[in-house]
Design a binder for this molecule. Structure first.
Ligand SMILES: Nc1ncnc2c1ncn2[C@@H]1O[C@H](COP(=O)(O)OP(=O)(O)OP(=O)(O)O)[C@@H](O)[C@H]1O
Length: 706
């Protein structure tokens, strides 16, 4: 037994709750699988569980870890029927996990493959049964419930989302008035609950699901929490979900120094100081020197980087003979399963898997001897998990991380976290009899890479011949820059210290993306402009290798050009319209101005005439008709020259019309006055002077008012 097993198993069997923190690859899985089986076997002897009763539950944060644990369990209970169908056996399986279970990693277990093809054995009454409840591609909720109904599952391995659903549906499924025993799923006899990778369960947001699940289970149960890393956030879960737990921490005390580390002694963890422009050269050098004939895992920060480098490496002469594999969370479940199977294939010794943190935790992949962290993880907790894919169960292994000079404080930080990282300065690092630390000058010169310029040239040529690679290079670059800002240790990984120019060289970009992170530094902008000028490549001319895709691109360009031309025409027509409108508005305005001027002039004339009449009236002159007023005003030299048709060329027609109407009215009035005088004469009355002053006044005023 491993130390963690020898400490944990007896305690758990003595009905103690446990919180176990033990280094990667130390055998935690068996530390809980063995006591769980033992407890259930004892139970079956004393008081056998019924078919619908669950006796123990093991919860894992990801589907693939759950599958791995289930495969270990099945090795001890091979005769029980299983509901597990490996990825790929169901062509209609959905990639997305509709049940909220995390799909963080890639692989079906190497040992569980093929389970579906086995005929389901009949289970005896006293036989322990088991089932796997995970969301996504393996089986549907209905399938899981149907399997449970038919065979039962005394031990359940599950992810939180699907388990919560099974319990909700299964416990609630009973005929009205029936007892709990009649429910499809009965958890009253559940004696053991295991939370594997407990910190990850909380990281992935399963806190509520876990609370709900634990709420269904009896309080009198054993609970075990397992992980290689524990966080403060687990405190609450320990307080609410466990009763007086015993804490077990398995660390490593180095025989020579007496130092205590949280990483296995059989694992050499080293840091290589690189520059952004030499990283790729270092990767190839490390794979060649330390990874020959071995299984190697290379961790990168983003899925887009994995996609780009997987494709780009295939174009580099020095990397062509390496069997590269790529695995990330944006691939389909089927693809990930196929990649994983190819990588773990026991018939091949040498394979290199480029991946992300999806394959960082828990996965027990045989024969991985070298881990290369091309980029340090954004979550420092993942560092030890990534390293821990090598050097498992006492097997010798190497884990190397690339750090730039600006990032080398990471080594010290890891020491604080009890992760034993040492600077690497020699290709003989990790070989028996060699020591790590500062190297002599000669060794330092030998421990260097020199082929980065040649690699850059090769990559640029490859990109020029394949637009897909160009697209991938830009996406990889931008995703990496963005991921850099997501580092939890932002005081070590500072964007402003990231050498963007060297980074552009590393990715061999032939076109620098228009990113704010670049634009905000004018020096960087200048240097990258020089870089692009030196390359002198017109990226728009780079074609896709795929003819259909290239045709679609060219069609898109033509359509865009057409749309742009149409837009230009429309814009020109719009401008013409706008100009015309502006002109007509200006004309209307000048006409109005002219009319206003004339109105003012007319008023001025009338005011002068009125003043003249007033002046004459003041001198004692009387006016009986408007005409006589006008004449009098003319005599005074006021307005007469500007009145009527003779008034000058600037008199408008409307002015003369008004005057003519006035004259006509006056003529009519004079005629009326004469007729009246004649009638009075005929009547023979005394001749009196009579005049309608009111009419005359009103005429005058109406005249003035015009
Ligand atoms: N008692 C044992 N003797 C020999 N090998 C063992 C023993 N227990 C476990 N192993 C092997 O050790 C390897 C690592 O075990 P396991 O996967 O349980 O580690 P772990 O502690 O869960 O690691 P991680 O934290 O990375 O998930 C497995 O391949 C397992 O088969």
């Amino acid at each position: 037994m491993t130390p963690v097993q020898s400490q944990t198993i007896p305690l758990f069997l003595k009905s103690k709750d446990v919180v176990v923190e033990a280094i990667t690859g130390s055998g935690k899985t068996l530390a809980f699988v063995i006591p769980v089986i033992e407890m259930m076997l004892r139970k079956m002897k004393s008081e056998p569980l019924r078919k619908n009763q669950i006796g123990a539950i093991i919860i894992s944060p990801t589907r693939e870890l759950a599958i791995q644990i289930y495969s270990v369990l099945r090795q001890f209970l091979p005769d029980s029927p299983t509901n597990y169908r490996p990825h790929g056996t169901d062509p209609d399986a959905a990639d997305a996990d509709a049940n909220g279970d995390a799909d963080m990693d890639a692989a079906p277990s190497t040992t569980a493959t093929g389970a579906s093809s086995e005929p389901a054995p009949k289970n005896k009454k006293s036989q322990l049964t088991h089932a796997l409840f995970v969301g996504g591609a393996t089986s549907s909720l209905e399938d899981d419930l149907a399997h449970f109904k038919q065979y039962g599952a005394h031990i359940v391995v599950a992810t939180p989302g699907r388990l919560e659903e099974v319990l909700k549906r299964g416990i609630g499924h009973r005929t009205a008035g029936a007892s709990a025993n009649a429910a499809l799923v009965n958890v009253k006899e559940c004696d053991a609950v295991i939370l594997d990778e407990a910190d990850r369960l909380l990281d992935l947001g399963f806190k509520q699901a876990l609370a709900n699940i634990l709420g269904y289970l009896p309080k009198q149960r054993r609970t075990g929490l397992f992980s290689a890393t524990m966080t403060d956030a687990l405190g609450e879960l320990v307080r609410t979900g466990l009763r007086n737990p015993v804490r077990i921490a398995v660390k490593v005390e180095h025989a020579a120094s007496g130092a205590v580390w949280r990483t296995p002694q059989s694992l050499d963890i080293g840091a290589v100081v690189v520059t952004e422009s030499t990283k790729l050269a270092w990767l190839l050098a490390c794979v060649r020197r330390w990874g020959q004939g071995r299984k190697v895992i290379v961790y990168m920060a983003t899925c887009k980087q994995v996609e780009y480098w997987y494709k780009a490496l295939a174009t580099i002469a020095a990397a062509k003979d390496v069997p590269w594999h790529s695995l990330h969370g944006q691939q389909t479940a089927k693809r990930r399963a196929a990649v994983f199977q190819a990588f773990v294939d026991p018939s091949t010794d040498h394979a290199v898997l480029i991946t992300t943190d999806v394959a960082a935790r828990g996965l027990d992949i045989p024969n991985v001897d070298l881990v290369i962290q091309y980029d340090p993880p954004t979550d420092p907790k993942m560092f030890a998990h990534r390293c821990g894919r090598a050097g498992r169960a006492g097997r010798a292994g190497k884990a190397v991380v690339f750090l730039t000079e600006n990032e080398d404080a990471y080594v010290e930080f890891m020491h604080v976290r009890k992760v034993n990282v040492q600077p690497v300065t020699d290709w003989a690092w990790g070989e028996p009899g060699t020591k790590t630390g500062k190297s002599k000058k000669g060794i330092k010169d030998a421990f260097a890479v020199t082929d980065q310029d040649a690699l850059h040239a090769e990559l640029v040529t490859a990109i020029q011949g394949d637009r897909d690679l160009l697209d991938k290079s830009i996406l990889a670059f931008t995703s990496y820059v963005r991921s850099y800002t997501a580092h939890e240790l932002s005081y070590i990984f500072q964007l402003k210290k990231l050498d963007l120019v060297a980074l552009v060289r590393q990715f061999a970009l032939v076109k620098v993306p228009n990113m704010p992170e670049i634009k905000r530094n004018s020096e960087v902008v200048d240097q990258l402009a020089q870089y692009e000028a030196a390359l002198a490549i017109d990226a728009s001319k780079i074609a896709y290798k795929d003819k259909i895709r290239e045709k679609a691109r060219l069609d898109r360009i033509a359509k865009k050009a057409e749309e742009a031309a149409l837009a230009a025409l429309t814009a020109a027509a719009d401008k013409k319209k706008r100009d015309k409108k502006k002109r007509s508005l200006a004309e209307a305005w000048s006409e109005q101005k002219e009319k206003k001027q004339k109105r003012l002039e007319r008023r001025e004339k009338k005011d002068k005439r009125k003043a003249a009449i007033e002046q004459l009236k003041a001198q004692g002159k009387e006016f009986f008709t408007a005409k006589s007023k006008k004449l009098a005003a003319a005599e005074l030299g006021v307005a007469a020259t500007t009145e009527g048709k003779d008034a000058g060329s600037d008199s408008s027609d409307s002015d003369s019309d008004v005057d003519m109407a006035d004259d006509y009215a006056e003529l009519q009035r004079e005629k009326r006055a004469q007729r009246k005088t004649k009638q009075q004469k005929k009547g023979g009355g005394p001749m009196t002077m009579s005049f309608d002053f009111a009419a005359a006044d009103s005429d005058a005023s109406s005249d003035e008012s015009t």
